[in-house]
Design a protein around this ligand. Structure first.
Ligand code: AMP
Length: 150
């Protein structure tokens, strides 16, 4: 089995660096509406260009639904996770996979010199690995076919 050597930068180059953010005073309801509109499972919370935290569907389930709170009354700034784990673009995807597995979250913001430049989700990780494996298989198939032809 070949080692996976894809950087976060390469993943962002393929998927783009677009992220969705709200300010801490946004209601959880409006935040969920934004997530539904863009078909995403997490939003970043930022204020004055400063990354403050992340809010995901899991936060909604645990901190709003289970506690019987109303999403129209709750502010996302009170429900977000603040101890953000971020990675630089030079990080290897395998490291991101380890972080996601060990810390049990599915989203990692990418920060370059203090500036948010993208977000890697577990779906992006799976896709990048599948693409890499497909390329490897094609390469090996071509190699074998070439070998047989000669
Ligand atoms: P997720 O699996 O991404 O839905 O997140 C599970 C929990 O971890 C939620 O409480 C999130 O707010 C939190 N979380 C998600 N991503 C991160 C991250 N990169 N750093 C810190 N907490 C996170």
């Amino acid at each position: 089995m070949t080692a996976i050597t894809i950087s976060v930068n390469q993943v962002l180059a393929r998927k783009g660096g677009k992220t969705f953010s709200v300010t801490p005073d946004t209601s959880v309801y409006d935040t969920l509406a934004l997530m539904a509109e863009h078909n995403i499972g997490a939003v970043l919370v930022s204020e004055n260009d400063q990354l403050k935290g992340i809010f995901t569907e899991r936060d909604y389930a645990r901190k709003i639904v289970l506690k019987g709170l109303k999403s129209r009354d709750a502010k996302v700034g009170e429900m977000m996770s603040t101890n953000l784990h971020t990675v630089p673009p030079s990080e290897q995807l395998t490291t991101v996979m380890t972080v996601m597995t060990q810390r049990r979250f599915r989203h990692v913001p990418v920060v370059d010199n203090g500036k948010l430049i993208g977000l890697i989700s577990i779906g992006d990780v799976v896709k990048a690995i599948m693409d890499e494996q497909e390329a490897t298989i094609k390469h090996l198939a071509n190699y074998i076919a070439g070998d047989i032809a000669t």
